[in-house]
Design a protein around this ligand. Structure first.
Ligand code: DC
Length: 225
């Protein structure tokens, strides 16, 4: 049987995680947020005092630590649980320090190789919605459906603000916008697997759409024959 795989890519804050998780739930597919894997490596580096520019030590780290993403183990609004060497880091990887360093960590080719290998292994089982930056272009170039979810930077900063506020994390909107623009630049200008829509991806613009509306748009594409 051909594995049924769905790739959703797009810039930070475009709603990929929310829409990806809901689409996976609706379809009864496994949901894998690959950004959480890069975030876990970035956190491991911070904890060990490894510089985000030290490619050699980051590569070694990515091969040594164990990142596991599985079903929620706590009912606190999480879509999945992330374990870093057995330690629950689901919320820690969403902190401002990880936000700042993760794009640099994700630039390292050897870190990406280690993550991509795991991601492909998971996709082999099929029935997976995989969300990230390079899923349709690099990780699963033969995914059955590819979506590139995007929105303007100001809309994404607004959503990020709302999401963080809901968790009691209040940061200036301007800071969030600068952070998004910085990550867009780092993610799309890097040499290895830069952020871009695959040639055969369907682009979904979500400016002004509610979560429900964006979800319906995505589901219509995913379920079209
Ligand atoms: O989606 P996110 O914000 O949690 O992703 C965190 C970082 O990881 C982001 O800066 C880009 C990087 N990333 C990547 O390079 N490739 C992926 N497939 C997923 C995320």
């Amino acid at each position: 049987m051909t594995p049924r795989t769905i790739a959703i890519d797009g810039p930070a804050g475009a709603g990929k995680s929310t829409i990806g998780a809901l689409a996976a739930e609706r379809l009864g597919y496994l949901y894998l947020d690959t950004g959480a894997m890069y975030r876990a490596i970035a956190l491991a580096a911070l904890r060990r005092g490894i510089d985000a520019d030290d490619a050699e030590r980051l590569a070694k780290l990515a091969r040594e630590v164990k990142v596991a993403i599985g079903p929620p183990t706590v009912r606190d609004g999480r879509a999945y649980t992330v374990l870093l060497d057995g330690d629950d880091v689901t919320w820690t990887i969403r902190g401002a320090d990880v936000d700042r360093s993760v794009s640099q960590v994700a630039r390292v080719g050897a870190v990406r190789d280690a993550m991509v290998e795991q991601q492909r292994g998971l996709a082999e089982r099929g029935r997976v919605v995989m969300v990230g930056r390079d899923i349709g272009t690099v990780v699963l170039p033969r995914a059955e459906r590819k979506i590139y979810l995007t929105a303007s930077a100001s809309e994404r900063a607004k959503r990020r603000d709302e999401e963080l506020r809901a968790r009691g994390d209040i940061r200036p909107r301007q800071e969030l916008l600068s952070e998004i623009l910085r990550r867009d630049r780092l993610d799309s200008e890097r040499a290895v697997a830069p952020l871009r829509a695959a040639d055969d991806a369907i682009v979904v613009q979500t400016d002004g759409l509610s979560v429900g509306q964006a979800l319906e748009k995505v589901l219509a594409i995913l379920t079209a024959v």
